[in-house]
Write a protein that binds this ligand. Structure first.
Ligand code: 3PG
Length: 396
């Protein structure tokens, strides 16, 4: 169900679950991609004369107010981008929220303070979640689910509230689901997946599911060292998930049996000092010295990975190739971003970090078919898991 299915919204209070969980350096937003992505739905609702009430989270506060996690910086940025004032309630369902909503006029926007300041939001106890969802629902006449990055969470403002109000998917959720389903349902081949980032254990389900679907799996970043270890290579002080080594061995075997090509780094940029200043050397991936750690893929790997992307019909990329926040270790991630930009196939960048890397390293977003706002959510969709925030809209 889309926003149009909600009928005439003039004068109606519409609660929008957005994902405004942006990276912050102090109070400075370092990537406002998610705020920008929330604009189309908010603007559509304003044009329809709705009174727009945005609810969202920032970080993972512990169910109580914590100024470190205030949505204030995101609200200021939203107001700049909308070129309109945005009212800000200093609580989520309390006096401030009620008063703010009451004062809203048609076409105006308000944001409620971090929804995770309320224990009911993330509670595992369904009754507690539902009680909080009721308070949220009482503020509005209709609900629009537009926080794609959070649709994999069974939380009050994502899931339970959708049961209590006429509900629809916002245009971001619609676009994300359609774009990611192009990857999971009959992808144009060869279908190449690039996985990076630090944790193999976060991506086990994806690897498992992709072994039956992808033609090639390129593994870089922090998780690649666990793969090297599974091949019997020493990885020095590199990131290693020792307890995943056996599972990874199983994946390597299954990949071989099913004809899926797994491509691993052949060289790495390594250092004894984690930090922006190095010194850094390049060594073969099977000869990382005991006192050093791998912090990026090396130049031969950059070429190898790029060569594996040239003929791709579909590419899904999640996770940086190295510590791209330090210039010295950004080359691997840059090389993948460039190779993907040049690829004529359908290219999807999934995940908060990879999407931020694209923007912060200065690549033009228009060179990719789709840049997802979801980290965990896009991975779970690719894994083939049911996403509670989407399932509840389909059920209704
Ligand atoms: C994200 O950053 O992936 C989303 O905003 C969800 O946040 P969470 O992982 O804290 O639920």
């Amino acid at each position: 169900k889309t926003i149009d299915s909600l009928g005439d919204l003039a004068g109606k209070r519409v609660l929008v679950r957005a994902d405004l969980n942006v990276p912050l350096d102090g109070a400075t937003i370092t990537d406002d991609g998610r705020i920008r992505a929330s604009l189309p739905t908010i603007n559509t609702l304003r044009e329809k004369g709705a009174r727009v009430i945005v609810t969202a989270h920032l970080g993972r506060p512990k169910g109580a107010p914590d100024p470190k996690f205030s949505l204030k910086p995101a609200v200021d940025r939203l107001s700049e981008l909308l070129e309109a004032p945005v009212a800000f309630a200093t609580d989520t369902v309390g006096e401030s929220a009620k008063e703010t909503v009451e004062n809203l006029k048609d076409g105006e926007v308000a944001v409620l303070e971090n929804v995770r300041f309320n224990a009911g939001e993330t509670s595992k106890d369904q009754a507690e979640r539902e009680a909080f969802a009721k308070e949220l629902a009482a503020l509005a006449d209709a609900f629009v689910s537009d926080g794609f990055g959070v649709v994999h969470r069974k939380q009050a403002s994502v899931y339970d509230v959708a049961k209590l109000l006429p509900a629809a998917a916002g245009s971001l959720v619609e676009k994300e689901v359609a774009s990611l389903r192009k990857v999971t349902d009959e992808p144009a081949r060869p279908f190449v997946v690039i996985l990076g980032g630090s944790k193999v254990s976060d991506k086990l389900g994806v690897i498992d599911n992709l072994l039956g679907k992808a033609d090639r799996l390129l593994i870089g970043g922090g998780m690649s060292y666990t793969f090297q270890k599974a091949l019997g290579h020493e990885v020095g002080k590199s990131l290693l998930e020792e307890d995943q080594v056996e599972t990874v061995k199983g994946y390597l075997k299954r990949a071989e049996e099913s004809g899926v090509e797994i491509v691993l780094p052949v060289d790495n940029v390594v250092s004894e000092n984690f930090g922006p200043d190095g010194p850094a050397d390049v060594v073969p991936s099977n000869e990382i010295p005991a006192e050093k750690e791998g912090l990026d893929i090396g130049p031969k790997t950059r070429e190898l990975f790029a060569s594996k992307l040239g003929d791709a019909g579909t590419v899904f990329w999640n996770g940086p190739m190295g510590v791209f926040e330090f210039e010295l270790y950004a080359e691997g991630t840059k090389a993948i971003a460039e190779a993907l930009a040049q690829c004529s196939g359908y290219t999807v960048v999934g995940g908060g970090d990879s999407a931020s890397a694209i923007r912060n390293l200065g690549f033009d977003e228009a060179r990719y078919s789709h840049i997802s706002t979801g980290g965990g959510a896009s991975l779970e969709l690719i894994e083939g898991k049911e996403l509670p925030g989407i399932a509840i809209l389909e059920e209704k």
